[in-house]
Design a protein around this ligand. Structure first.
Ligand SMILES: [Zn+2]
Length: 413
């Protein structure tokens, strides 16, 4: 199918860089084309240009985008959308003054999600996660990462990863799967952390690798969860089985998450609400992408990661949703762009690059998506008629999206 989009008020190309995440000044640079056209063939971006230079193109369908913008689809590089139940009870507990850690210590939080997930069938989990993913695509997300980590037993972690494998088959967007068995210590291992680590190393990881169920490995390296040493051992075994790390670090304290991520050449270290100058300097020198999750800070009322300082220091920054039932029950990326601008003082251009191209780099997908580039998947957002790029974050909480195209097709599911 050959599709031509004409009269695009502004085509947000993104970046022409296809290799490495954008840093520093480059993060604020977006290539924009006014009065543009875009031509897609067989689900891929073929070419684009300005004014009437498309006249020789013979398309099967022509779409008039009068006054509208086209943006690359968002990439959500950090989600936990396979879960059994929402946790609005804990939300109310927090309103009454309990902290996230207090809720966790009472058997709430991740352990609550695990208890419920263990009772859930694979089909139930799939159906619910599939609906969440569809909703995310409708809101403009064109690629996703999904983690396990609410199973916390061999059987249930495998169950989650099989659900993610089915989502990869069923959905029209690229999906990466991350094994997060080290998300929390199950209650029965409360006094025996070593026992659970042995279970991850000797039972979960070999089985997952044998069935090729994960692309990445993750550990919640933080205060009250896994120590840097425990994290290191799990990542070492993962590396031997071909799993690259993407880790949770520095959400609850400065406890060495960034250091262990950089040392293990993690693709990304995610959260970073609690970092100091040392961590920022380390990330600036490393290839590890600093992924910040402003939806979690908004929802939990915890500090925002210092995204502005990370960018100014030269770190590669991505923004993701952390969509999960406990600390960020929402995957709307356009709201995160607003939060990034309002709370983190990023410019709209920086926030868009951090939710598209840099986020694609955090999933090693920069060669197929994350920008409007010939040969990339034709995954993009057609906005409502807007006057400028800044309207997207300015009209916070409102979808300025008219339609989403995935592989060149208008997404109607
Ligand atoms: Zn997370």
């Amino acid at each position: 199918m050959r599709k031509l989009f004409i009269n695009i008020k502004t085509l947000v190309v993104g970046t022409n860089n296809r290799l490495a995440p954008l840093r520093g000044h480059d993060l604020g640079q977006l290539t924009l084309i006014s009065n543009a056209w875009l031509y897609c063939e067989n689900g891929l971006i073929h070419s684009y240009g300005s004014d009437n230079t498309f006249k020789t193109i013979n398309a099967d369908a022509t779409i008039d985008c009068n006054g509208q913008f086209i943006f690359p689809a968002f990439i959500d590089s950090h989600t936990h959308i396979v879960f059994a139940a929402t946790r609005e009870g804990e939300f109310v507990d927090r309103i009454h003054g309990l902290s996230y850690e207090e809720i966790a210590s009472r058997g709430g939080g991740i352990l609550n999600s695990a208890k419920r997930l263990q009772k859930c069938t694979e089909n139930q989990l799939f159906d619910d996660a599939y609906e969440r993913a569809l909703q995310q695509i409708r809101q403009g997300t064109g690629a996703l990462e999904i983690k396990s980590g609410y199973g916390l037993t061999v059987v249930d972690e495998m169950k989650m990863l099989r659900v993610i494998a089915r989502l990869k088959e069923a959905l029209p967007i690229p999906i990466k799967s991350t094994f997060l068995g080290a998300h929390a210590f199950p209650v029965e291992f409360n006094q025996n952390h070593e026992g659970y680590i042995q279970c991850i190393l000797n039972e979960m990881l070999p089985n997952i690798a044998a069935e090729k169920l994960a692309d990445y490995i993750d550990v919640f390296c933080d205060k009250g969860f896994f120590s840097p040493l425990e994290t290191s051992r799990i990542l070492d075994t993962g590396a031997k089985l071909g799993l690259k790390p993407k880790i949770h670090g520095n959400e609850l304290g400065i406890t060495g998450g960034v250091q262990v991520a950089v040392e293990h050449k993690a693709i990304s270290v995610d959260h970073l609400e609690e970092v100091g100058e040392e961590e920022i300097a380390l990330l600036a020198k490393s290839s590890t992408i600093a992924t910040v999750l402003p939806g979690t800070s908004f929802f939990l009322g915890i500090p925002y990661a210092p995204a502005r300082r990370l960018v100014d220091a030269g770190a590669a920054l991505a923004i993701a949703s952390d969509f999960n039932p406990g600390s960020s029950p929402n995957g709307r990326m356009s709201f995160l762009v607003s939060l990034a601008c309002i709370k983190m003082k990023l410019t709209p251009e920086e926030a868009i690059n951090a939710t598209t191209f840099n986020a694609a780099c955090a999933l090693e997908l920069q060669h197929e998506t994350g920008a409007i580039y010939p040969g990339n998947k034709a995954n993009f957002i057609l906005s409502k008629p807007i006057s400028s790029l800044a309207v997207i974050p300015y009209r916070f909480g409102e979808d300025m999206i008219e339609s989403v195209y995935i592989n060149g097709n208008r997404f109607d599911a």
